[in-house]
Design a protein around this ligand. Sequence first.
Ligand SMILES: C[S@@+](CC[C@H](N)C(=O)[O-])C[C@H]1O[C@@H](n2cnc3c(N)ncnc32)[C@H](O)[C@@H]1O
Length: 239
Amino acid sequence: MTEPSTARASWDTDELPQGEAKVAAVQGMFDAIAPRYDRLNRIISFRLDVRWRQRAVRDLALPAGSVVLDLASGTGDLCIDLAAGGVRPISMDLSFGMLSADRSGAPRVQTDILRLPVPDASVDGVTCGFALRNLLDLPTFFAELGRVVRPGGRIALLDVSVPDNRVMRWGNDIYFGRIVPRIGALLSDGAAYRYLPRSVAYLPEPDEMLASLSAAGFVGATHEQLSGGLTQLLVATRR
Ligand SMILES: C[S@@+](CC[C@H](N)C(=O)[O-])C[C@H]1O[C@@H](n2cnc3c(N)ncnc32)[C@H](O)[C@@H]1O
């Protein structure tokens, strides 16, 4: 019989990991939480996550039949909403565990989305839900979106946010800092659900992301906080 391991998971750290250690921690963490990911999402967001994804698909506003890459697709929730909206999604993610739990029926590709395995200007649009903070380098990601989206194509990117409103921010800190990790520990992986709220610190300010999208060839970029600032949505058109 083997003793249970007492080694800490690579995402169970006081300091947020950087560089390749971050990539390995993110991949290992999502592989570990994949089987219970959807259930936890619905519980901790009170099902608001469903509405946020639907809003992203609506704002993407691409005609039926458009080819859309859903990047960091996880278990495929956005792919389901995209298909319901009449477009043709392709699911791409780094985590084999998350892709294995994808029941959307979309074609699935395991890849690092900082290096997309598709030709220049070959897709009509891109969505990305709740993964910007997991990436090593956002300007590189935005440049990659600028490379693969055709002129006139659209992108819609969601991630968690820090509410502008002070009262909302206070409530958000308590809920995500103290309550969510306990729910995570009870139903999934406590370290992962401690890491996820802290990882918002990786995200640049909205103005910086908008400038970066403009440098990557996108125009008309907008940034909006949803549900009082719990989440943010970036939308833009390829020049
Ligand atoms: C919080 S989950 C979001 C999943 C899904 N988009 C959703 O809306 O529920 C973040 C996802 O990003 C993926 N991810 C993180 N870094 C990645 C990378 N460099 N390349 C591809 N996928 C990545 C993870 O494997 C995970 O599935």
